[in-house]
Design a protein around this ligand. Structure first.
Ligand SMILES: [Zn+2]
Length: 379
């Protein structure tokens, strides 16, 4: 059983990298004797390890780090079909991966997930007692306590307590989160933007997802819908406003998503895949250029709006490789940058990253890892 002091050390080393006992004492304003006692407990439990000697003023000191194999987690992404399950360590490195079809019947789904968790569990072998928890990312609304899927159109679920059902079948604590929110929490804990207090992530897939870290916390909103730019209106209702699967018209998703691009291409008798369409545009097909330019520009305007509203240090946009390198990506960057007010301080950096389904599963695993590191799952 760890105390608040243990968690302070664990979270500091996880956030800031390896530190000596003296540095921890200074950072946490706790006596070195107290730090040494707490560190000894964490070393005895195999959660920390001692690393190289650090030479500075006075005697050289030993730096401490969180052991990657101190705990293992399973992350499940139901963002798309097939479902992806990964097994990660405490540094977020993926050690094993399995897929299974995405089932919508909840009993069948939970049974299949639990069975696959069991198979992944076996790959950990001797250290299976260190498997600490499960995280699930799904494309829908989730309760604030991260147990219940409140609504998920893709799965047809309403008020399904999948967290408790999985915990019961597997014996492991289980957290559930919206896919975009799980993605950004994974980045915040494991990714290059680890510890950044203000940044946003957007992904462009068949739909569009988005989430924000503001002042070091996940932006939740009143009902968990903060960041849902997919259904933000970008076209004033009229001849240009296309119907959206949400029931409204003119949503960002109807213009800028992969689904919107393939629908536009099909209407004009062009290949529907982003890769083929981008290749056509690169070779000068004006219809293909127009489809990708319109879609990328709409995504760029949406990105400019979120920058104007939240002033993040970074916006990570995850999308298909061909889109990022072609007309879509160029139009996105052009519109985002030309519609963002130049501030006196540093500018928001927009990064493109390849869309990888495993990123959602890794984000899901971070939900459980967060509990191990901080002693709570409040973000
Ligand atoms: Zn919509």
């Amino acid at each position: 059983m760890l105390s608040a002091g243990h968690y302070q050390i664990l979270s500091t080393l996880s956030r800031e990298g390896s530190k000596s006992r003296t540095e921890l004492s200074q950072l946490l304003s706790v006596s070195k004797a107290t730090i040494s006692g707490l560190v000894r407990d964490l070393l005895d439990q195999g959660i920390l390890c001692e690393q190289e000697l650090v030479f500075g003023v006075g005697r050289p000191s030993v730096s401490l780090a969180v052991r990657a194999d101190a705990a293992w987690f399973i992350g499940i992404s139901m963002q798309d079909d097939p479902v992806v399950l990964v097994l990660t360590d405490l540094h977020g490195t993926v050690h094993a991966r399995l897929e299974l079809p995405r089932l919508t019947n909840t009993d069948d789904c939970v049974a299949a997930l639990a069975d696959t968790v069991h198979r992944l569990r076996q790959t950990v072998g001797a250290t299976k007692d260190r498997l600490s928890g499960i995280g699930i990312a799904l494309p829908g609304f989730v309760s604030r306590d991260r147990r219940t899927c409140v609504a998920c159109t893709a799965l047809g679920w309403r008020n399904i307590n999948i967290g408790s059902a999985m915990a019961e079948l597997t014996g492991l604590p289980t957290w559930v989160e919206n896919d975009a929110k799980a993605l950004i929490l994974g980045e915040e804990l494991f990714g290059p933007l680890r510890g950044s207090p203000d940044f946003s992530m957007v992904f462009v897939s068949h739909g569009i997802g988005c989430a924000h870290i503001v002042n070091g916390r996940l932006l939740w909103g009143n009902s968990g819908g903060a960041g849902e730019i997919s259904h933000a209106p970008v076209t004033i209702e009229g001849a240009d406003a296309l119907p959206c699967r949400c029931g409204n018209k003119g949503c960002l998703e109807t213009v800028a998503s992969l689904l919107a691009i393939s629908n536009s291409a099909r209407r004009q008798g062009l290949p529907e895949g982003a890769h083929e369409l981008t290749a056509l545009a690169t070779n000068g097909n004006l219809e293909a250029v127009a489809i990708l330019h319109r879609a990328g520009s709409a995504m760029g305007l949406a990105t400019a709006q979120l920058i104007q509203m939240l002033d993040p240090s970074h916006v990570v946009v995850m999308l298909d490789t061909s889109l990022r390198n072609g007309v879509y990506g160029h139009a996105l960057l052009h519109e985002a940058e030309s519609h963002t007010l130049h501030r006196a301080g540093t500018r928001t950096m927009i990064h493109f990253r390849d869309f990888k389904p495993d990123s959602f599963a890794k984000g899901a695993a971070s939900l459980a890892a967060r509990y191990f590191i901080f002693g709570h799952d409040d973000v």
